[in-house]
Design a protein around this ligand. Structure first.
Ligand code: PEP
Length: 296
């Protein structure tokens, strides 16, 4: 499991090693505030696994899939599990996951609260049916549907202001990677997506690093490549905010994550779970990825 050793004063003093605290800080604001007061602390981030169903399943198969995930994780507290069904099935899926540990997520949100936006879904509509997590800026919305950085930043603001856990998806295309622009693209998307987001709102932000060339292609970034981008994202967030925000931020990896490559990805110190597309459509493979995150 990812762990970050944080020296508040920038170094680990020998005499203070006794005061190192191991704690899961991702869920409790009180614990987090307490830990900030200590000179040295160790944070352990709870992994988060998301299943992005995209435009797949039908009503019956979606309910069966959700039920098979919820049954497996009705009492899991070693990681967070969120499923993102198509909008139309959210309500039905919510009735299946009920009181389990699995949370309900939406694949998108519209930034305005209501009005003449044919086909769009507002924050209040999502809230009313039990959604707690929202994806923003998924690569298919950026590259297939043409969403701009400006629109994505507006959606981030609305989603966070509405109290949703909000997953900002970022990632470079193959062309951008091959021309040596991975970091400028990814960190540019992080900076622009977080514009106007306050440090306290960052408690509800997850970043999903999803190289576009790895999504749905069967190609996965090597754990080393993924780790190095995740580390840069964390450093970028450290520059935009502070130590605590950076070290408690959860960064998911996405791009052809499968049961057989999940464990080695999760072993990397800055990889805090996964956003899973194809493999989330089978309860067996999704549950195996969740189980791998619990062992990391
Ligand atoms: C995704 O859609 O976010 C994704 C990572 O898809 P896949 O796992 O199929 O590559």
């Amino acid at each position: 499991m990812s762990a970050a050793l944080v020296g508040i004063n920038g170094f680990l003093h020998e005499g203070l090693k006794k005061r190192i605290v191991l704690a899961d800080v991702s869920k409790s604001r009180e614990i987090r505030r307490f830990l900030v007061s200590l000179p040295i602390l160790m944070t352990k981030r709870t992994p988060i696994i998301g299943g992005n169903w995209k435009m797949n399943t039908d009503l019956e198969s979606g309910m069966l899939l959700a039920g098979a995930v919820a049954d497996q994780f009705d009492s899991c507290d070693c990681c967070d599990v969120v499923i993102y069904p198509p909008f139309l099935y959210l309500q039905a899926v919510d009735s299946v996951i009920g009181q389990s540990m699995v949370s309900l997520g939406a694949q998108d949100i519209w930034h305005a609260s209501n009005g003449a936006f044919t086909g769009e879904i507002s924050a209040d509509m999502l809230k009313e049916i039990g959604v707690t997590s929202v994806l923003v800026g998924h690569s298919e919305r950026r590259h297939v549907l043409g969403e701009s950085e400006v629109l994505i930043a507006k959606k981030m603001k609305t989603s966070l202001a509405s109290g949703f856990q909000t997953v900002l998806c970022v990632g470079e295309t193959l062309e951008e990677r091959e021309s040596g622009n991975t970091l400028s693209v990814v960190l540019g998307q992080v900076t622009s997506g977080l514009e106007g987001v306050s440090a306290s709102q960052m408690e509800s932000v997850i970043i999903a690093y999803e190289p576009v060339w790895a999504i749905g292609t069967g190609k996965t970034a090597s754990p080393e490549d993924a780790q190095s981008v995740h580390k840069e994202i964390r450093e970028c967030v450290r520059g935009l905010y502070d130590e605590i925000v950076a070290d408690t931020l959860r960064i998911q990896y996405g791009g052809s994550v499968k049961p057989d490559n999940a464990a080695e990805l999760f072993a990397s110190p800055d990889i805090d779970g996964a956003l899973v597309g194809g493999a989330s459509l089978s309860a067996d493979s999704f549950n195996a990825i969740v189980a791998a995150s619990c062992k990391s």
